[in-house]
Design a protein. Structure first.
Length: 545
């Protein structure tokens, strides 16, 4: 690799001597140029873009410090070495502030120059290697960013509880805004009846311009772009809730119109864009997505429509948090009381915010929620529980006149229902594990497999394996091995049969393999174990024990 070096000094003898030393010791590695003044150094630096500059401080006209400052503004990666006969502190201080790596006093001997150049080259190499790795990393990140963005969009569209995943994505993409909104772009080709047709063909066609689409939208605003899903692309645009909502809406529409203009130049199709409202919290973006689809239904070709501009649709109350309701029911199903209560608190606060002091409206929504929970408990088999089986819980709810008491009542019922479901679930799992262990205990002599046991308890092998490990602390093979080895020890202690016969009796087909497994579990081979037992004077007591 070739390095460019510039020596700037007003003394010819200094220029000639340093240039000679460098060319002799760094032949074919360093190309040296000279400058006799600060102005000439600046001009030469612009021309050759040097990696290293040896700069004298005291020169006619522009001095060395001023020259360094000017060159550094244009050649930020250049490294500077000061060479001077002056030992003034102010010069040294200014040189340090400018990032000068070495301060040499004249006369500088040959070895010091060679050492300085060699060390500087090492610094340049390290910096180049660092920049190379940074560029490679940036290239890799750029290649996986679209995949991560697609994952973020899918997390929104699936409408499941992906709040934890969304928080991870928020950190990856450095989203500091409180929330944001969804913009959906739809492509279509109207048929004679006015309906959108050829969606698959258009999806294939649009793949070719997708990179262009990503580029133009990202040049216009900071956003995350989803994949092409048949004939739609979903975009998330982060947003804070500051300023006037009307002007925020105008900005969103401006972005949409910009996209339409640019895409229309590249894609021959009917294009329209729908925009949902901004929501606080990423977990509520599914509401904005659904609103964007509603807005699209009111959009004509090459038109952008915001949900707030849609008659009636734009005037509806904010969407009920269905996602949180779904979370509540899902967590109740697996017996997670803590998560259920958190979801309930969110729904209750939303109802209070939305309906104010209208306890009747709040009651109506909570009755719907409790009916779903009671039905879940019933489906799970909790109907035998007298508390859950009581039919008059609706009457109790209707009697409340205070929100605080209604909230406490709901919390207590939710906690009780979830604990009941959890108890039933645990009993069912325990029963399943007991049945599995009983099957293993009775059939360990055979060549039984995980699939055999899972079929016996009517559970898929993967799910059974996880349950068995969670409940017993050991996996299927570990438990089967422990049963077989325990039986082998009993036979070794009480029967006058060979190790080979015992091997077959406990379910192993290879005596050598049996011996290795036995030693791994017990610490000694079956033969040594039997020898110890037989030589024990208290063998009878051991056997009885």
């Amino acid at each position: 690799m070739l390095y460019r070096l510039l020596v700037a000094d007003d003394e010819q003898i200094v220029l000639d001597s340093i240039k000679f030393i460098i060319e002799k010791n760094f032949k074919d590695i360093v190309m040296a140029e000279i400058a006799r003044s600060g102005r000439e150094a600046i001009e030469k630096a612009e021309e050759i873009k040097p990696d290293i500059i040896f700069m004298d401080i005291k020169m006619p006209g522009i001095n060395g410090i001023e020259a360094i400052r000017e060159i550094k503004s244009r050649c930020s990666n250049t490294l500077f070495v000061i060479i001077t006969a002056y030992e003034q502190f102010d010069f040294a201080k200014e040189a340090v502030n400018l990032g000068v790596i070495q301060y040499l006093l004249k006369p500088v001997n040959r070895e010091k120059i060679i050492e300085t150049v060699r060390n500087t080259i090492k610094m340049i190499d390290r910096e180049r290697e660092k920049r190379k790795k940074e560029l490679e990393l940036k290239e890799k990140i750029e290649s996986i960013l679209p995949v991560l963005e697609h994952g973020f969009i899918y997390s929104i569209l699936l409408f499941d509880d992906h709040s934890k995943e969304l928080e991870v994505y928020k950190g990856i993409f450095e989203i500091n805004e409180m929330g944001g909104y969804i913009m959906t772009v739809e492509f279509g080709e109207e048929d004679d009846s006015g309906n959108i047709g050829n969606k698959i063909g258009l999806s294939v066609k649009s793949q070719s311009f997708y990179p262009y689409f990503r580029d133009i939208i990202k040049c216009r605003c900071r956003c995350l772009v989803g994949p092409i899903m048949l004939n739609r692309i979903v975009i998330f645009i982060p947003s804070d809730f500051t300023g006037d909502e009307y002007f925020q809406r105008l900005e969103a529409l401006s972005i949409g119109d910009y996209i339409l203009d640019k895409i229309s130049e590249k894609l021959d199709a009917d294009i329209c864009i729908g925009i949902g409202r901004s929501y606080k919290g990423l977990e509520n973006l599914s509401c904005s997505y659904k609103e964007s689809l509603k807005a699209i239904r009111h959009a004509k070709s090459k038109e952008t429509v915001h949900i707030m501009d849609v008659p009636v649709e734009g005037k509806i109350n904010p969407a009920y948090p269905l996602l949180k309701e779904k979370v509540l029911l899902e967590k109740a199903y697996i017996g997670d009381a803590s998560e259920c209560i958190q979801a309930f608190e969110f729904i209750f606060d939303w109802l209070v915010t939305e309906y104010g002091n209208s306890i009747q409206n709040i009651k109506n929504k909570l009755i719907e929620l409790m009916v779903l929970l009671y039905r879940l408990a019933w489906d799970y088999g909790a109907e035998e529980n007298e508390f859950i089986n009581r039919r008059h819980y609706l009457d109790e709810m209707l009697e409340f006149e205070e929100l605080s008491k209604l909230k406490i009542w709901c919390r207590e019922r939710i906690e009780y229902i979830v604990r009941s479901i959890s108890s039933i679930r645990e009993k069912k799992i325990n029963s399943l594990i007991l049945k599995a262990r009983d099957y293993i205990d009775k059939n360990f002599k055979s060549e039984i497999t995980l699939e055999d046991v899972s079929r016996e308890v009517n559970v898929s092998p993967h799910y059974f394996s996880r349950l068995f490990k969670e409940e017993t602390g050991e996996n299927f093979i570990e438990y089967l091995t422990s049963v077989r080895i325990q039986k082998a020890k009993e036979l070794l202690e009480n029967e006058c049969i060979s190790v080979k016969e015992i091997c077959y009796q406990v379910g192993y087909g290879d005596p050598n393999y049996f011996s290795r497994i036995f030693k791994k579990v017990v610490g000694i081979t079956p033969t040594d174990y039997k020898r110890i037992i037989d030589s024990n004077p208290y063998k009878e007591a051991v056997q009885n024990k």
